[in-house]
Design a protein around this ligand. Structure first.
Ligand code: B12
Ligand code: SF4
Length: 537
């Protein structure tokens, strides 16, 4: 639903979403392999706000991952609405400066300002928290005046709008065909209390939910656009934050898939204890879920206990990964280095974990303390928060800084060595891909999908199979997958591997951050002491 605020004036609203900072998880190197893809995922939060604006207010939406907002856009607007994460702070300040240069007031919402309003002294209106009473107050203020206020105003949500009253995000305002994946939110909040995570504080511990009817209505809305990507990512922090709700929703998703001939595949994020939910996993398989991001964080049990991630200790890790693979789910894992529990053995244990788990994609990054987390409070009390923009993390590690950063470099080198990476994909063919349901062709059989598939196949063959120095392990895995009829998997692993290998090479040249949470400005200093990734051609 839209805001119930009765407005008397017409306001032109410009929503601008900042550019991402490249990361293992943004797949930027993969875009050039795909037809028309310019960005990873549509920004749910700002699209929701766009849809919540009063009916009478025209809204223009620009994702700067696709195109930059122009002078003409700023000139058109009466007010500029922005969103973003900490890692996008520099881009947020830049958008605000451009809007101010055009004389327009700026409103900022989203996870970064909600956790750290003090980072944004330059913004006119700060919206702290989720959509709710503060959003209505913001609309009322805009209706009253679009002039920049004399002093900054902070509006904080006390009453959150229930998710079942959320409007359908304004998908009609963006070109979905320019994204690698679609996004969908079913729940908000997570019941756990991992020490490093700001989710419980930002979004609450009691997951709030949309109805199954909202989920299918959003899918219908996305499908109205020709050429949309065929995969939908559930952005919920923990898909099983409320297990019963997930179990109740999935049959509706399945019915929708069956009714439309399975036009989509899905992926989500969840805690590892989802492995103990066979009914949910069975339904996910039936619905054509392909991937699951799990915050495994570390294979070391003591470290998991120390970071209060006991839900990962409660289940045998390797067995759980195998269980997920048995249901056709390829696991992607987040890994953190620089923990207080790190020892001389940590590196070896992580490398063993990579080899044994056979997880192809791991986002390995350095611990960063986020505001509004128990970790931040603990390190602040211990005087262990750094404020040096030249460092890769704001945590004073217990082990020497250079040692921790070097370990990170060796671990990403190891994980994304082309031979090893493609060997893990090779394993997934038999362990995971063959366990997926075979969906009817009719749902995906359209010209847009066909031409995108052909372009991707051609570019994967050209850039990876012919021009890259990792073509040999690539073709070995491709032959294996094709013998088992896994054509889609070939394309998927091609673009994922390409991004991981290229991004790792940039990181080793000193062009990328070790902590993706960090806003460190790159100095692009090369790291000559490190061997390059093994060349396999
Ligand atoms: C999907 C996602 C991504 C996608 C982004 C896709 C996209 N286009 O947005 C990708 C994979 C790219 C990504 C990457 C990263 N992410 Co991320 N991501 C998420 C995730 C899981 C869901 C985001 C989402 O859609 N939420 C649902 C929407 C509806 O919520 P929302 O954006 O908060 O919006 C609500 C309010 O904030 C408000 N609102 C939002 N914007 C605005 C604007 C205005 C004007 C107003 C009035 C209100 C308002 O209204 C909305 C409705 O209530 C969140 C977790 C989460 N729960 O949000 C993490 C999260 C945002 N990511 C996070 C992080 C740290 C990252 C990474 C740095 C590392 C990582 N964990 O992978 C990278 C950085 C990327 C980069 N290099 O730039 C942190 C951010 C911490 C912070 N406080 O800034 C979060 C909170 C998760 C976490 N704690 O680790 N991420
Ligand atoms: S399970 Fe995930 S979302 Fe929940 S508190 Fe832990 S890290 Fe955060």
């Amino acid at each position: 639903m839209r805001s119930s605020v009765q407005v008397t004036n017409r306001r032109r609203i410009l929503c601008v979403f900042p550019h991402y900072t490249p990361a293992f998880g943004t797949f930027n190197h993969a875009y050039r392999l795909m037809k028309g893809v310019r960005a990873f995922m549509p920004p749910q939060g700002l699209l929701l706000i766009a849809a919540y604006m009063p009916q009478e207010w025209p809204v223009r939406f620009i994702d700067e991952n696709i195109r930059k907002a122009s002078d003409a856009d700023f000139a058109w607007a009466d007010a500029v609405l922005v969103s973003g994460m900490h890692v996008q702070a520099a881009q947020i300040h830049d958008i605000a400066a451009r809007a101010h240069a055009a004389g327009k007031a700026v409103m900022l919402g989203g996870p970064s300002v909600s956790a750290s309003p003090e980072m944004y002294p330059d913004i006119d209106y700060l919206h702290i928290g989720e959509m709710g009473d503060a959003t209505d107050q913001l609309i009322a203020r805009l209706d009253a005046s679009v002039a920049r206020p004399a002093a900054q105003l902070r509006l904080e949500t006390k009453d959150r709008l229930p998710l079942h009253d959320f409007p359908i995000p304004a998908y009609d305002l963006i070109p979905l065909k320019n994204y690698l994946m679609l996004t969908l939110q079913f729940s908000s909040g997570c019941p756990y209390l991992c020490e490093f995570c700001d989710i419980p504080n930002l979004y609450g511990r009691q997951p709030r939910l949309k109805t199954p009817a909202q989920i299918t209505a959003e899918l219908d809305a996305m499908r109205k656009q020709k050429g949309h990507p065929p995969v939908v990512y559930f952005v919920d922090d923990n898909f099983i934050g409320n297990r019963k709700a997930a179990k109740d929703m999935l049959p509706h998703l399945l019915a929708w898939q069956q009714q439309h001939g399975f036009p989509l595949n899905f992926a989500c994020e969840a805690t590892l204890n989802i492995a103990k939910q066979p009914e949910i996993l069975r339904l996910m398989r039936e619905c054509a879920f392909l991937g699951i991001f799990v915050g495994i964080e570390t294979p070391e049990a003591d470290a998991l206990k120390a970071m209060r991630k006991s839900q990962n200790v409660a289940v045998p890790m390797m067995e759980s990964i195998k269980t997920l693979n048995d249901y056709g789910l390829e696991v992607t894992s987040g890994i953190i280095l620089g923990l207080d529990t790190d020892s001389d053995d940590t590196e070896v244990r992580l490398k063993d974990f990579i080899d044994i788990s056979q997880i192809p994609m791991l986002t390995i990054n350095l611990l960063q303390a986020l505001p509004k987390t128990p970790l931040w409070d603990r390190l602040k009390a211990a005087g262990r928060l750094e404020d040096d923009p030249g460092l890769e993390s704001n945590v004073r590690f217990l082990r020497p800084y250079d040692e921790v950063v070097s370990m990170w470099r060796r671990c990403i080198t190891y994980a994304n060595d082309p031979e090893r990476l493609f060997a893990r994909f090779h394993h997934q063919v038999d362990a995971t891909y063959v366990n997926r349901i075979v969906t009817p062709a009719r749902g995906k059989l359209n010209w847009a999908n066909l031409s995108s598939g052909l372009v991707l196949a051609f570019r994967v063959v050209l850039h990876i199979g012919i021009l890259s120095d990792y073509r040999r392990p690539f073709w070995r895995t491709v032959r294996h997958a094709l013998r088992r009829g896994q054509i889609d998997a070939v394309l998927g692993m091609g673009f994922i591997a390409h991004h991981l290998i290229q991004f790792t090479r940039e990181a080793l040249r000193g062009e990328q951050n070790a902590s993706y949470y960090s806003t460190k400005l790159r100095t692009a200093a090369p790291a000559p002491e490190l061997a390059p990734l093994r060349e396999s051609a």
